[in-house]
Write a protein of this length. Structure first.
Length: 198
C-alpha cells in the first residue's frame, strides 16, 4: 500500500502534471473568452445581417405532418454556427501559439547570441594571454592561472566593496529613519549623562 501511495505521489508531483493542470485552467478561461466573443459579439452581427432571431433558427423544412408542422428540418444555421465557432477558436489558438513560438524563438536566438559573444570574449582573452606568455617567455598555463587568480581576487574585492556599500547604505537609512528602539536607547543615554552630571 505504501508503494502505491509513493508512486501516486511521484506521479502527481511530477512537473508535467502541474503544467497540464495550469494549461487546463488557462484553456477553460480561454474557452469562456472565445465563447463570449462568438455568442455576444459575432453571432448577433450575423443574425442581424440575416434577419433571423438566431443563426440556429435558419433551417429548411423537409417534411411536414398533417397539422403542417415541420417534423424534419435541414438545420444549416446550426452547422454554420459550429463552423464559425471552430474557425474563431482555431484562429485564436493559432495566434496564441504563434506569439508563444515567436517569443521562444527570440529567446533562443538571444541565448545563442550571448553564448557566441561569450565564446568570442574567451577566444580574445586566450589570444591576449598567449601573446603575453610569449612576450614574457613563460608558459600559457602559468599566465592563465595567474590571470584566473587575479580575476578571483578582483571578484572578491568587488564583492567586499558591494557588501561595504550595502552596509553603509543600511546604516545611513537607520540614521535617517531611526527605530523606536534606537530612539529609546539615545534617550536613556542622555538621561544617564544628566544623572552623572548632577
Amino acid at each position: 500500500m505504501k508503494k502505491f501511495f509513493k508512486e501516486f505521489k511521484d506521479f502527481v508531483c511530477r512537473g508535467n502534471i502541474f503544467d497540464m493542470a495550469v494549461g487546463m485552467i488557462i484553456a477553460t478561461a480561454f474557452n469562456k473568452i472565445v465563447s463570449s466573443l462568438v455568442n455576444d459579439i459575432i453571432m448577433p452581427l450575423i443574425t442581424w445581417a440575416t434577419g433571423a432571431g438566431s443563426l440556429k433558427e435558419l433551417s429548411i423544412p423537409l417534411r411536414y405532418n398533417e397539422l403542417g408542422e415541420a417534423t424534419l428540418t435541414w438545420a444549416y444555421g446550426n452547422f454554420i454556427q459550429t463552423i464559425i465557432d471552430f474557425l474563431i477558436i482555431a484562429t485564436s489558438i493559432f495566434i496564441v501559439v504563434k506569439v508563444i513560438n515567436s517569443s521562444r524563438k527570440k529567446l533562443e536566438e538571444l541565448g545563442e547570441f550571448a553564448k557566441q559573444q561569450s565564446k568570442k570574449e574567451v577566444k580574445a582573452e586566450n589570444k591576449a594571454l598567449k601573446a603575453k606568455a610569449k612576450a614574457e617567455g613563460r608558459s600559457f598555463k602559468e599566465v592563465y592561472e595567474e590571470n584566473k587568480a587575479l580575476k578571483a581576487k578582483q571578484a572578491e574585492e568587488t564583492k567586499l566593496a558591494k557588501e561595504a556599500e550595502d552596509k553603509a547604505k543600511a546604516e545611513a537609512e537607520l540614521l535617517a529613519n531611526p527605530t523606536t528602539e534606537m530612539l529609546l536607547k539615545d534617550i536613556r543615554e542622555l538621561l544617564r549623562q544628566q544623572q552623572n552630571q548632577q
